[in-house]
Design a protein around this ligand. Sequence first.
Ligand SMILES: [Zn+2]
Length: 407
Amino acid sequence: MCTFPGRRREESMGLRFFCYLSLVLLVWRPFEVGAHDDPMIKIMEDFSGYPIHEPSSSMSLSVDSQSLQKQIDELATFSDTPAPSVTRILYSENDVLARRYIKNLMRNSGLTVREDAVGNIFGRWDGSQPDLAPVGTGSHIDAIPYSGKYDGVVGVLGAIEAINVLRRAGFKPKRSLEVIMFTSEEPTRFGISCLGSRLLAGIDVLEKALKRTADGHNISFYDAARSAGYAHNQEDLTSVFLKKGSYSAFLELHIEQGPILEEEGVSIGIVTAIAAPASIKVDFEGNGGHAGAVLMPARNDAGLAAAELALAVEKHVLESGSIDTVGTVGILELHPGAINSIPSKAHIEIDTRDIDEKRRNQVIERIHNSALTIAKKHLDIMITQDANRQHIQHGTRANARKKQFLD
Ligand SMILES: [Zn+2]
């Protein structure tokens, strides 16, 4: 579940991104690349600012879209819920089977497969200069409950097929190419998103936290990982950390999660920024009472405080000045939650995101202040900011990952 605004932008991009785009297009274009007046080539040239040197006409770049679709459908059958939904939770039986399926596909494509201690899977195609840092591409295959079959999967299976395409065309890369399947992009089981990639990026706070981490059934992270065949050395996951410079570039192909490109009829876009999330949890505590007995001037209604804050979230987000600022009140719980009882407690969780960290933090600050102002109306208040915030201050999760790989 990656988050990006999905909007086309006109900023000029570096050569590296042009290379990314080329690889993406290999995946998405089930026909031969050739004609000079190809509009896609023109877009790529305009976007990158570099001329495109097309492959020689003898090189046929043709995606086997039928078998790719078949693989996507087969992978979707490893699910805890019936089709068309997909539920694949980290280290579950279906996750292990799906991992086996991916590793087999990688081997069938001639890739050398290795796994690290948390189950990040790497399929490598050695280039003619294998000492050069490889180009990595990939995504995740874990799936939140009742999700679809494309999220993440396209980035893994698409990458394998891209390599198949290049092989069929007789291409031999200079740098090695690596398909990466990241472990646990979704936080479903242990409440930690991008678990595998963050460990790859060397986040030692996470490595330590995992020693104390358990799921909702009190199964520890280590026990769960071991049941799936990983984490044999309980005391040390630092072996997962990558050295800086391990990759020369990284590309992730991902479905659009919003409706913008689809509505505009655009088949592909390039992510130029990632909306970093931050969340705030607020607990209001007021006075309960019987809905029929306590008159309005005497009330101290925690539910109304939460409602006021929800509206304040919308106001502050809309006033940010950017369409890229979003805010969501996804959780609002009232206690005791009876129709004839004045809420004595209200719990509200707010998610805010923006591609601009400073702007997003201003919105958080205003929400925070609104919560305090509302609480001055005789309510007690407790505010906690999500742990995500810590990562955000160092850049978005994905950017942090990318940065570490590329430095
Ligand atoms: Zn995803």
